[in-house]
Design a protein. Structure first.
Length: 380
């Protein structure tokens, strides 16, 4: 892993691994659309649910990490993050909207969405300032309380107007099965995912402290502990809830709370969904650190490291590959579908290689704030 504290390679590898789950999920959504393929679609989509919590956690962790190892250079980091955040919110949003145009029917419909890149863009705008002025304990406390406050708002923030539903949907999300407002097509609720990001900065700060002291083996132990703890919380909570329902301790009226405790509750993210799939993501982080020196895993780590360094470019590109092209082709189901998927991945990896070789990340900026050094071009 080395002592290059400016770049922690495992972060790129972890983000690249998360991108593989994104590719799998989006391929499944657009390829397995027939009624006879629901099982495969559901299975692969559920596996792909690892992607979003992992990516958000790693993104927040990177900010916390940089706030420690580059503490004296935080002004430059802040400038770069703000510039990148603005790029995500403006250029990134527009390009993704174009990719969704064929599916939505109109550009106006696809534009009125809040993608996960929009949430991360907002986090990049204020994240460095928050980390600079708010201590780790208060960030953890605020993230946890804020997350559950969001779910309280989901159930108890009453609104009967379409405009009110639109605002609620954007900020915290709607109660599952609630009729949506008229404005938004699809939304990753801003506040709960922001809480995940902010809480993850504390993990990064801890990692940064360990790396600065050369205790990289302790980073592996930390990732293992966090992964096991997160998985234990999710599985024990799900087990207790299920037992309570089966024994009649929980009344039938509590059924409306079931989606809140569902492992598949993504928008807004439920606690079991978040702790389980986030725990799986942390377990992958542990495994990647553990295997970092293994010659057997070196080709895979190089591949996903490439995807991680070009993660935003890959994320945008895969929308055009799957949501635009694959959706429009309406391919019939074939037993050779794994070959289709591997071919699509090979195309995306090839494009990512060209992008990385020519330092394409330098283009992901408006250059509004020019004080950020080139060494930070792929940190956000």
């Amino acid at each position: 892993m080395g002592r290059n504290v400016d770049r922690f390679p495992v972060f790129d590898v972890a983000r690249g691994t998360a991108m593989l789950f994104v590719l799998l999920s989006h391929f499944a959504n657009e390829y397995f659309r027939g009624p006879d393929n629901e099982f495969l679609q559901d299975l692969l989509t559920e596996i792909g649910m690892v992607a979003t919590p992992t990516f958000v956690i790693i993104s927040g962790t990177m900010l916390g990490y940089l706030s420690v190892v580059r503490q004296g250079d935080l002004a430059r980091i802040k400038a770069k993050f703000i510039d990148r955040g603005l790029f995500y919110l403006v250029a990134g949003h527009l390009v993704i909207s174009v990719a969704y145009w064929p599916m939505c029917g109109t550009l106006d419909r696809s534009f009125w969405s809040c993608y996960i890149t929009d949430v991360l863009g907002l986090c990049l705008l204020y994240g460095p300032t928050l980390v600079q002025h708010v201590g780790a304990r208060f960030r953890v406390l605020g993230a946890v309380l804020g997350f559950f406050a969001c779910w309280a708002a989901v159930y108890y923030w009453g609104t009967s107007t379409e405009a009110g539903l639109d605002v609620k949907m954007l900020l915290v999300g709607l109660e599952p099965a609630t009729t949506k407002g008229e404005l938004w097509w699809y939304v990753f609720p801003i506040l709960p995912w922001t809480c995940v990001y902010v809480g993850s900065t504390v993990i990064g700060a801890r990692v940064g402290g360990l790396v600065e002291r050369g205790l990289t083996d302790e980073v592996e132990s930390l990732a293992k502990t966090l992964a096991l703890s997160s998985l234990a919380i999710s599985l024990s909570t799900a087990t207790i809830w299920r037992a309570a329902r089966m024994t009649g301790i929980v009344e039938p009226d509590a059924a409306r709370w079931l989606p809140w405790l569902s492992g598949g509750q993504k928008t807004p993210p439920g606690p079991i969904y978040l702790t389980f799939f986030g725990g799986v993501g942390l377990a992958l982080l542990y495994a990647l650190i553990h295997w970092r020196s293994s010659p057997l895993w070196r080709p895979f780590l190089s591949l996903v490291g490439l995807l991680g360094r070009a993660s935003f470019f890959v994320f945008i590109l895969q929308y055009f590959v799957y949501v635009t092209l694959l959706y429009s082709l309406h391919l019939r189901y074939s037993w050779a579908w794994p070959l289709y998927f591997l071919f699509s991945v090979a195309v995306i990896v090839g494009c990512a290689y060209v992008w990385d070789r020519h330092n394409g990340n330098r283009l992901l900026s408006f250059r509004v704030l020019r004080m950020a050094p080139r060494s930070l071009t792929s940190c956000a």
